[in-house]
Design a protein around this ligand. Sequence first.
Ligand code: ZN
Length: 235
Amino acid sequence: MKLMLPDYNYMFEGEIAEVKDGVLYIYRPGAFKEVMYKLTYLIFGETECCFCHKKLRTDISEIDEDKYFSQITLDHLIPQEFGGPTIPNNMRPTCSRCNNLKGNMYLDEFMEYCKFETKIDKESKILKRKFKEELQLKQEKRKYGQIESIPKDWISDELIRTIYVNFWISEPLGVEYFKQEKFYKKYKRLPKLAIISQNRFLLDGFNTILLAKYNFSEKINVIVLENVYYKGFPE
Ligand SMILES: [Zn+2]
């Protein structure tokens, strides 16, 4: 798939990456997530919530809470809990209230929920409870892979041994690995997709690769970013 990029050239601070003629070059190992956050703000702005359209407060006189909020965050449209990748295609700048409220809902679910979220009449309360029960069932099915959680055209099946893993991005077997392993044992599938560049360097998902290797998989579902090249070299 193609990574969303701004339509102008841009050099990232510290020269960790560069957007040049519609291609992203990453120069520093480990810079991937930081670059994805920055790209999302470059594309969608960093002063307005994409969901409620309130503005980021820039002056202490802007106290009207119906118009302003105080902290910008990034929401994953496809929640991380269901493997939503940290790329601008899947992220939007939002106020922290919308982000918290949306939680692990998909966008259409969140829109539905917003219709009765603030209402306190009896009927709305019943609707809310019903919605949450159905949501929980749906989420469990997603985890088992019975409902598609990521668009099929984002994913391809690749041989693990053809992916370059630069150990500069490695993390020790930590909390995150064991969390993913627990998911794998219960749902019999990998919870996260690895992300690789056009020149087949692993950009994100070190734990995913490890988990697949330890479980003797030859192939793995990955997102190949066609317009991203990794040009970093170990120092
Ligand atoms: Zn908002």
